[in-house]
Write a protein that binds this ligand. Structure first.
Ligand SMILES: Cc1cc2nc3c(=O)[nH]c(=O)nc-3n(C[C@H](O)[C@H](O)[C@H](O)COP(=O)(O)OP(=O)(O)OC[C@H]3O[C@@H](n4cnc5c(N)ncnc54)[C@H](O)[C@@H]3O)c2cc1C
Length: 510
């Protein structure tokens, strides 16, 4: 099998993991990416010449990477320096209230009791138990399953799992469900925000997405060198196993021979022969025919709603007036208008929630002088349309006013200290997405089952990334990379997981 050639299009998280896994199994793997280096959405920008993590910042579900690296005979701690965070996130509201959530559940319980009273803390405790049960129920039959269907999942849940799902009410929205857990609207808002981790509105996401809260409560880590170090680490391990990486190389077409993948053509004019291709871009690009008209039918032609995009500001700035932690969220006293603006009106929110990652904090150090910040607000994925500068400016001013209301003042040395990224910029980086950063929105209780799985409808073409099952987020994309690699190897007869087993929903065991 060593002569079996695989081209992986995209060095995002899923592409890096697939490449590594396939090379480790002895296949000849080439990764092509139009970007200058690995990581995809995991990227750094350089305001004032200082490297700022400008994509994902919240590192969760480290067990996914523990498993990936264990299969390679190494471990996370041997390859990277990572620090568990004591404070998961610090939350501020316009009315001046503030709440930290901690890695230690007892500390969180105390904090919620001080914030909203003993009775609400009891409700918080009950919410945590429910979120844990939902996570435990869905981890095997959904998250780890290569290709879950509603029917197959239901039959594998067992009476306890079914009872858990029934108690949550999977057809209820997350917002609605949280209203049954909390009387304090601030806590309802805080936990509703987890729907945005997969680019969705809490009003349309299913209640089961409360499992994302559990993922965060299970631990958040800071990676020394930034999230980018994780991508660099996977590439280093891939190189050691013979993966060839070609950056600044856009793939403009997947070539076919007799209806089967036979290679890729690069925009620079070269062609690479391939027996199999793993596509790590957003599958919207395939559907749109960007990789060739014959690939349009390789994925479902249903047009699901796009997930959230964002406007981000990567900064090197002085901060003052209050104490930030590493992960900070600034909330308004009302929440609904943000999602109405984005999903109903297709415009930037006039009242955005603001997330600030203060990347020099949270690991025992306090920055002196200017520090590295990523500020993010959610935005509609309309980056393929024109965006008015006035609307962007209004969003920036509204965000700044919200932070100032909580006492945070930012001081930039010069215009070079801040780099803005808009949905238009994200659309350029991730074609056919309109700037959507999380694949399709998880709106409605069946949405999670509508994602493509690792096998496309075209022989030899495999799919991996945030637009594919199990969905977006760094660890989930890594899992989809594993699933694509596993499906490819199973189809080559290289593993004991047969095609039948994988498609019928057995969990990934290797
Ligand atoms: C601002 C921001 C904040 C986020 N915050 C978090 C967070 O805190 N925690 C978290 O877990 N997740 C977060 N996410 C989501 C997370 O980053 C993504 O879900 C994940 O990184 C996606 O990985 P992927 O495998 O889908 O690849 P992507 O990152 O989408 O990379 C795909 C790669 O394919 C390349 N490509 C596409 N088409 C072609 C082509 N034709 N030819 C060559 N190359 C091509 C692209 O250049 C790109 O490098 C965030 C994302 C963003 C943007």
């Amino acid at each position: 099998m060593a002569e079996h050639k695989v081209v992986v299009i995209g060095a995002g998280m899923a592409g890096l993991v697939s490449a590594l896994q396939l090379a480790n199994a002895g296949l000849q793997v080439t990764v092509v990416d139009k970007a200058a280096g690995p990581g995809g959405k995991i990227r750094q920008l350089m305001p004032n010449g200082v490297a700022v993590d400008s994509g994902p910042t919240v590192f969760t579900m480290r067990w996914v990477f523990d498993q990936i690296l264990a299969e390679l005979g190494t471990k996370l701690e041997s390859e990277l320096t990572i620090h568990p965070l004591n404070i998961l996130a610090r939350h501020f509201w316009e009315d001046g209230s503030q709440l930290d959530l901690f890695a230690d559940p007892a500390q969180s319980l105390d904090a919620v009791a001080r914030f909203a009273g003993r009775a609400e803390a009891e409700r918080f405790k009950h919410f945590c138990q429910t979120a844990r049960q939902v996570y435990d129920t869905l981890e095997g039959p959904f998250i780890k399953s290569p290709s879950p269907t509603m029917g197959q999942m239901m039959s594998s849940l067992g009476p306890r799992g079914l009872a858990t799902l029934a108690s949550v009410g999977p057809m209820r929205s997350l917002w609605n469900s949280l209203g049954r857990h909390f009387t304090d609207q601030r806590l309802r808002q805080l936990f509703a925000r987890y729907a945005t981790y997969c680019g969705s509105s809490p009003w349309e996401a299913p209640a089961t997405l409360m499992l994302i809260a559990q993922v965060e409560m299970d631990g958040v880590w800071a990676v020394e060198g930034g999230m980018h170090a994780l991508a660099a680490c996977l590439m280093r391990l891939g190189k050691a196993r013979g993966v060839n990486y070609l950056f600044n190389n856009e793939c403009e077409r997947v070539e076919l021979n007799q209806g089967k993948v036979s290679g890729v053509r690069l925009a620079k004019g070269d062609s690479l022969r391939a027996d199999s291709v793993v596509f790590n871009g957003d599958i919207a690009a395939l559907r749109k025919g960007l990789l060739g008209p014959s690939l349009q039918k390789s994925v479902s032609d249903k047009l699901p709603p796009r997930s959230l995009s964002a406007v981000t500001w990567s900064m090197h700035a002085d901060t003052g007036g209050m104490s930030l932690d590493r992960h900070n969220v600034f909330f308004r006293n009302t929440y609904a208008s943000e999602f109405e603006d984005i999903f109903t009106h297709g415009r930037l929110p006039t009242q955005p929630t603001v997330y600030v990652c203060a990347q020099d904090r949270g690991t025992g150090t306090t920055p002196e002088g200017a520090e590295r910040l990523l500020c993010l607000v959610n935005a509609p994925a309309r980056g393929d349309k024109t965006q008015s500068e006035d609307e962007l400016q209004a969003c920036a001013q509204s965000s700044q006013a919200l932070m100032a209301a909580s006492g945070l003042h930012l001081k930039l040395e010069s215009t070079a200290s801040c780099i803005r990224t808009t949905p238009q910029d994200f659309q350029q980086l991730f074609p056919a997405t309109g700037g959507a950063l999380y694949g399709q929105a998880t709106h409605g209780w069946m949405a999670a089952f509508a994602r493509s799985n690792a096998r496309s409808q075209l022989p030899g073409l495999y799919l991996a990334g945030g637009s594919v099952h199990p969905g977006p987020g760094v660890p989930m994309a890594a899992m989809s990379g594993r699933l694509a690699g596993a499906a490819l190897m199973a189809d080559l007869g290289l593993t004991s997981v047969s095609r039948k087993t994988v498609t019928s929903g057995g969990t990934l065991t290797h």
